[in-house]
Design a binder for this molecule. Structure first.
Ligand SMILES: [Zn+2]
Length: 209
């Protein structure tokens, strides 16, 4: 049987590169993992966008593996980076800062098309497009309950909805340039997926600190 030869980059299926966690050796697709970059001075940096130059290593960010991260386990990276300056506490500090910067950036990009505030969010729930709901950490119990109830109704109707709870009030205020905002709905897109990932990571980092 004759087969049509695929033209590179056109008909080939999208290749999702797999990476191995330096600590637990689990493999996963690269975008779901945290890239670790080591600079010329042997400093370890979180490379959230996978764009830092030079060589890097990968970390899975699964909570069990994350809980095992410390000066000793980071020492394993020395095999690949002999000049590495191991400072777990400093690394976690850098990770937290980088996550806040990226969360603010992603939020700012998403907010112009987002539904802001309870009324707008409840209205957006009637549309069928997949949604991500962001609930601020100081939203009142009544709002939280209302949003969760509406979200489960949507799910029962077969419409996708994900909820990020306890999202930093400060971040929401900064990104929206509004003093106080308790709930936001954004359409599910690449930026929103990143937002969700980075927000989960930030919670982990804060719990570790
Ligand atoms: Zn791991």
């Amino acid at each position: 049987m004759q087969r049509v030869k695929p033209v590179d980059g056109l008909t080939k299926p999208k290749h999702r590169p797999e990476r191995t966690c330096f600590l637990c050796w689990a493999t996963n697709n690269a975008p779901s993992m945290l890239r670790l970059a080591v600079d010329e001075d042997g400093e370890l940096w979180p490379d959230l966008l996978h764009k830092a130059p030079g060589r890097g290593s990968y970390f899975c960010m699964q909570s069990l593996c994350f809980s095992k991260l410390n000066d000793r386990s980071l020492g394993r990276l020395k095999r690949s980076f002999p000049s590495l300056n191991i400072q777990y506490a400093l690394f976690i500090e850098r990770l937290e800062k980088a996550l806040i910067v990226q969360l603010t950036r992603h939020l700012s990009r998403l907010l112009p098309s987002a539904a802001l505030g309870r009324d707008a969010v409840m209205h957006r729930m009637w549309h069928h497009a997949p949604l991500i709901l962001i609930v601020s950490d100081d939203a009142g119990e009544a709002i939280k309950r209302q949003v969760h109830d509406a979200a489960s109704k949507r799910r029962n109707d077969g419409d996708a909805v994900d909820i990020l709870v306890d999202f930093s009030t400060d971040l929401l205020a900064k990104a929206s340039k509004r003093e106080k905002i308790s709930v936001v709905a954004v359409n599910n897109c690449n930026d929103a997926i990143r937002l969700q990932q980075f927000s989960t990571w930030l919670t982990q980092v804060k719990d570790a600190g």
